[in-house]
Ligand binder design. Structure first.
Ligand code: ADP
Ligand code: ZN
Length: 210
């Protein structure tokens, strides 16, 4: 299964990606996590991407496309994968098509903007493995510590309220048109994000079945 997850920042793509990844035993590839890791490691790519990511702007297409290209040819991708956060613009989707990647399904997770703004302030991520939490809706077992790897959980710089507003604008202008792009191919499934993660998960699993 080759799957794309779409949705506004904070809609819960990452959390649903983790669920599907476990259920289907296929890797989830998050360009956001890859970019944050590159920034933390101070690679050449990370240095280029840092100002964009910190401000919540999209990293230029050619950079993101080139990291995805490198990732897609790795061995563990052979039996399928979940793309979480890629493509995020129409030119990125066209680049994926050009690579000859045949996507089986695209799931978009829909959540209203004002709900997203509220959610983002409580979001925390693991600084090491990238797992995501929410202080209210999906707390880690020990406050501030990642359940998966024991590292510290942090609030992302781009999760601060001012940045969230502009990220939502970018989402509507640049990423939402991908829903049209993929509905034309008949591959798009819409999942309405629920307040409880488990309820959204149930809808995602249903979408996967049919
Ligand atoms: P969210 O979905 O919550 O916005 P991500 O972790 O997916 O967060 O992405 C964080 C940041 O990484 C984005 O704001 C952007 O700067 C960069 N990024 C991630 N994926 C892409 C992409 N496909 N194209 C351009 N920039 C990206
Ligand atoms: Zn972790």
């Amino acid at each position: 299964m080759k799957l794309i997850l779409l949705g506004a920042p904070g809609a819960g793509k990452g959390t649903q990606a983790e669920v599907i990844c476990e259920k289907l035993s296929i890797p989830a590839v998050s360009t956001g996590n890859m970019i944050r890791a590159a920034i933390a490691q101070g690679t050449e790519f990370g240095i280029k991407a840092k100002s964009y990511a910190d401000e919540g702007r999209l990293v230029p297409d050619e950079i993101v496309v080139s990291i995805i290209k490198d990732r897609l040819v790795q061995d563990d991708m052979k039996n399928g994968f979940i793309l979480d956060g890629f493509p995020r613009t129409v030119p990125q989707a066209e680049a994926l098509d050009k690579m000859g990647v045949e996507i089986d399904m695209v799931i978009t997770i829909e959540v209203e903007d004002d709900k997203i703004t509220k959610r983002m302030s409580g979001r925390r991520v693991c600084g090491s493995c990238g797992a995501s939490y929410h202080i209210e809706y999906k707390p880690s077992q020990v406050d501030g510590i990642c359940d998966k790897c024991g590292a510290e959980t942090i609030q992302r710089k781009d999760d601060h309220p001012d940045t969230v507003k502009s990220r939502l604008e970018i989402y509507h202008n640049e990423t939402a048109p991908l829903k049209d792009y993929y509905s034309k191919t008949g591959k798009l499934k819409v999942v309405h994000g629920q307040d409880e993660v488990k309820d959204t998960t149930a809808l995602t699993l249903k979408a996967l079945e049919g």
